[in-house]
Design a protein around this ligand. Structure first.
Ligand code: AMP
Length: 251
């Protein structure tokens, strides 16, 4: 079984995000970039399926600037077999639908039986790409997976939903998106990082995939969120009620 995992290059989650002075975008100059944490979980799950003898090949794909090769190499160091980098311009911002359409073209070339994405990118926080890819390809989807089990040509996905856990069974091929508790990703070992440098990585352009992407989205302005004001302590319930009436004016 071939597993395709989509991996996105994002700002490292430890970095405090700054906005450019001209408010056109987030400032990426000299900022540490990393693999989206939910994508790391998706890669780990695919690698575990390979270690269990269920998956025969793990292919990782990223759509983005040439530097996204770093995140693909990291996925290869974690145990993926092969990478595909669909390069876009350095400053090109793709919408989820554009990413999903590009992934759709990769899916039709690669014909994987399982496609795993992160549930969400931590930069754009969209939580849309997996769902859109499932709709475009007509494949069943199991989003927010906290457990994935494959048996008899089907995948059982335990999903984290508002009311608790829901388990669904999907026929393969299927699209699954990983939630935080699906697994704990491993760290890449130095010999694996060295080996990953020699693993195959295919670079393609959008034209190679035969797609032209149109966008209907324009970013007008990017601004930081308002500074949070510190809280205060009250001595009694009466004082709290008084403040809610006179200061917060919510009751
Ligand atoms: P989003 O819908 O943007 O929150 O992203 C959800 C998931 O879609 C991510 O965790 C990735 O698995 C995948 N994805 C989003 N953007 C890209 C990209 N540029 N390249 C590869 N995968 C992506």
């Amino acid at each position: 079984m071939k597993v395709l995992v989509a991996v996105k290059r994002v700002i490292d989650y430890n970095v405090k995000v700054r906005v450019k002075p001209d408010e056109t975008d987030v400032d990426l100059a000299n900022v540490k970039m990393a693999m989206n944490p939910f994508c790391e979980i998706a890669v780990e799950e695919a690698v575990r399926l390979k270690e269990q003898g269920i998956a025969s090949e793990v292919v990782v794909v990223s759509i983005g600037p040439a530097k996204s090769e770093e995140q693909l190499r990291q996925a290869l160091a974690l145990g993926a077999d092969r990478g595909i980098l669909v390069t876009t311009g350095d400053d090109e911002k793709l919408t989820s639908l554009q990413v999903a359409k590009t992934l759709q073209a990769v899916v039709s070339e690669e014909k994987p039986e399982l496609i795993i994405l992160g549930k969400q990118s931590i930069d754009s926080d969209n939580n849309q790409t997996g769902q859109m890819l499932a709709a475009l390809t007509g494949l069943p989807q199991g989003t927010f997976a906290s457990k994935v089990a494959i048996a008899d040509g089907k995948v059982s996905v335990t999903r984290e939903v508002d009311g608790g856990l829901e388990t669904i069974r999907l026929s393969l091929p299927a699209v699954v998106t990983s939630d935080l508790r699906l697994n704990e990703p491993r760290f890449a070992k130095l010999p694996d990082i060295m080996k990953a440098k020699r693993k195959p990585l295919d670079k393609k352009s959008l034209e190679d995939l035969g797609i032209t992407l149109k966008t209907g989205v324009t970013t007008l302005k990017v601004t930081p969120p308002p500074e949070r004001k510190g809280g205060g302590k009250v001595a009694s319930v009466d004082e709290l009620v008084e403040k809610l009436k006179s200061e917060a004016k919510v009751i």
